[in-house]
Design a protein around this ligand. Structure first.
Ligand SMILES: *Cc1c(COP(=O)(O)O)cnc(C)c1O
Length: 226
């Protein structure tokens, strides 16, 4: 005990206040998560809606309501109904169709609108979903999504290619940032480019240099995953 708290505080103190830390809690235990919350963490990022995120949300009880919950893993269509009530921000909207599917279900799930980020496949990886990093295409997508009344597009998220060392991620972060800046002029009714979520334990420094205002951190806080 104590190590997780120290790691979180050290990280928090080492970066600018306007960068939000989303703590990536996949596979971590209740005790590990409560320790990071006690250290001041307010944003929790989960990869799996059900059962993992749903169980943790339940277990944390009253504490859950005070936290901001982020979905950072792939959202399967058949989990959308369960995701909407739990999450404050779905970071992984990877297609227009996914946005439409969410939009359709928001009211029934008891919300007025669902804040989301568009996931950018900045490495153009064939094995990954997401919007290709082409400004014209994403602009068109925003316009096509403009009539979705129950989603609010708050920004962009990218992973960048997993392999290689952190410095290799830089061009992908730079590209995503440029797109983010250009989309600020598009101003559709339900979009506002405020959040740029990029960078993990091994790449957050580069990501912040390249303009990230939200980072997603797991192992740097909790130690290596089993
Ligand atoms: C696990 C995960 C992270 C955090 O990764 P670490 O290397 O443990 O910091 C960030 N983003 C996503 C989407 C993840 O799945």
């Amino acid at each position: 005990m104590g190590k997780i708290r120290d790691n979180y505080k050290k990280l928090r103190d080492s970066i600018k206040d306007d960068v939000t830390i989303v703590v990536a809690t996949k596979t971590r235990s209740f005790n590990e998560i409560t320790e990071v919350i006690e250290a001041g963490a307010e944003h929790i990022g989960e990869n799996y809606v059900y059962p993992e995120a749903a169980q943790k949300y339940e277990e944390l009880g009253d504490i859950s309501i005070k936290l901001k919950w982020h979905l950072i893993g792939h959202l399967q269509s058949n989990k959308i109904n369960k995701a909407i009530p739990i999450f404050d921000l779905i970071q992984t909207v990877d297609s227009i169709d996914k946005a439409k599917e969410i939009d359709k279900r928001v009211e029934n799930a008891g919300k007025i609108y669902m804040p989301v980020l568009l996931e950018i496949n900045s490495g153009k990886e064939k094995t990954k979903t997401g919007f290709l990093p082409v400004i014209k295409k994403i602009k068109e997508a925003l316009i096509q999504m403009e009539d979705l009344k129950h989603i609010e597009i708050r920004g962009l998220m990218t992973m960048g290619p997993q392999e290689g060392n952190p410095a290799d991620a830089k061009p992908y972060f730079t590209l995503t940032r440029k797109i983010f800046e250009k989309l600020k002029d598009v101003n559709t009714i339900n979009s506002k480019m405020e959040i740029l979520s990029m960078g993990m334990s091994n790449s957050y420094k580069v990501a912040i240099q390249e303009g990230a205002n939200m980072i997603r951190i797991g192992s740097l806080i909790f130690g290596k995953r089993e």
